[in-house]
Design a protein. Structure first.
Length: 138
């Protein structure tokens, strides 16, 4: 048991060090609706989104009120032109929002989130999403 705890502690320390070394970008965004990030339901509120090197595929999102937070893997994608400001893209199906993409300012790499099973089910039923884009600030 002690060996497992030691290994987990070392892994967590190494992971934290590598995240800080990656020149992460922090964005603030006011999300006026509840939404899903992966399997996690998030309430409306102001969030800090930390996108380490997007190519490494890790996204951290934390509510400023402490109401919720998540670390999630992403799929790196690319854009032809970098946006001037950051933005979060949500897909909306039948009144439910799902975080789909995070765009970092001045970067052509986009963090794309995988569809959750619930979102995939809605798509399979022929539902087309409405897209909602929120501008984030540093």
């Amino acid at each position: 048991m002690t060996n497992k705890l030691l290994i987990l502690s070392i892994f967590a320390a190494m992971s934290t060090a590598s995240i800080h070394a990656q020149d992460a970008t922090k964005l603030k965004v006011n999300v006026p609706f509840s939404f899903h990030v992966g399997q996690t339901a998030m309430p409306a509120g102001i969030y800090t989104v930390q996108n380490g090197k997007v190519a490494n595929g890790i996204l951290t999102m934390q509510s400023d009120s402490g109401a919720g937070g998540v670390h999630i893997g992403t799929i790196p994608n690319s854009a032809s032109r970098p946006p001037v400001s950051g933005k979060l893209v949500f897909h909306k199906y039948e009144g439910e929002y799902f975080l789909s993409e995070v765009w970092t300012p001045n970067s052509t790499t986009i963090a794309t989130l995988r569809k959750t099973p619930k979102e995939a089910e809605l798509v399979a039923k022929g539902k087309n999403p409405d897209q909602t884009i929120l501008v984030a600030r540093r």
